[in-house]
Design a protein around this ligand. Structure first.
Ligand code: CA
Length: 226
């Protein structure tokens, strides 16, 4: 994989470069937010970003938000030393796709990166399937979503969440089901993350399309197909 590591700790930087490089990954390095954003935008073919939350100039949350604002949809794996729900939700809201709490095992980092890349490539789904519910159209093959014909930009995680909902129209899905589908390697996350993502998804869909994702009290969420 072609990876971008945005991390200011020289020890961790060196370790990641040595291990990832040894596994035949191509690694670009940035040690602050501004050079990280520049590299993410300018270097072609980057497949995933490993992003530290604590950077000297701006936070990793701001980096993720800035990349999404610029329409960059590269999968982002956030690294944080702080293991709190608040931090995780901020990161997910900012546009990160997954989380890893420091210190982490290298094998787990690699597993997460593979999962992110697989989902963003859309490999497991049938190519060219188009799902249409009300004003929302989801094109699997192209990984595109539009509302009333207007394209909207989703992160890989938001996309798989919406896809799962649209593949089960009219069905109440539990937070655990949604979590299992969209976070196969993220079992450490709580179901609060699902709420954060649904919130984000509704925001991007905008009214009235957002109302299609109904909250089912005591259960989870449902895509209304009527
Ligand atoms: Ca740091």
């Amino acid at each position: 994989m072609h990876l971008l590591v945005i991390e200011d700790d020289p020890k961790l930087q060196q370790m990641l470069q040595r291990l990832l490089g040894g596994d035949q990954h191509i690694v670009e390095l940035a040690d602050d937010a501004s050079s990280g954003i520049e590299l993410a935008q300018d270097v072609p073919g980057i497949e995933a970003v490993i992003l530290d939350v604590g950077l000297p100039d701006r936070s990793g949350f701001e980096v993720a938000a800035e990349l999404r604002r610029r329409g960059n949809r590269v999968p982002i794996l956030m690294l944080t030393a702080r293991d709190t729900i608040g931090d995780r939700v901020s990161g997910l809201d900012a546009g990160a796709d997954d989380y890893l709490v420091k210190p982490f095992a290298y094998a787990e980092l690699v597993a997460r990166l593979r999962a992110l890349a697989r989902r963003s490539n859309g490999a497991p789904v049938l190519a060219g399937t188009r799902l249409v519910i009300g004003p929302i159209t989801l094109d699997d093959g192209r990984r595109e979503v539009s509302v009333d014909g207007r394209r909207i930009q989703l992160t890989p995680r938001e996309f798989s969440l919406l896809e799962f909902l649209m593949r089960h129209p009219g069905q109440a899905l539990t937070r655990d089901q949604l979590l299992d589908h969209a976070w196969p390697f993220g079992s450490f996350l709580t179901t609060n993350a699902v709420d954060a993502y649904v919130h984000y998804l509704r925001d991007k869909l905008g009214p009235p399309a957002a109302r299609r994702i109904e909250t089912v009290r005591g259960v989870g969420y449902r895509m209304a197909d009527g």
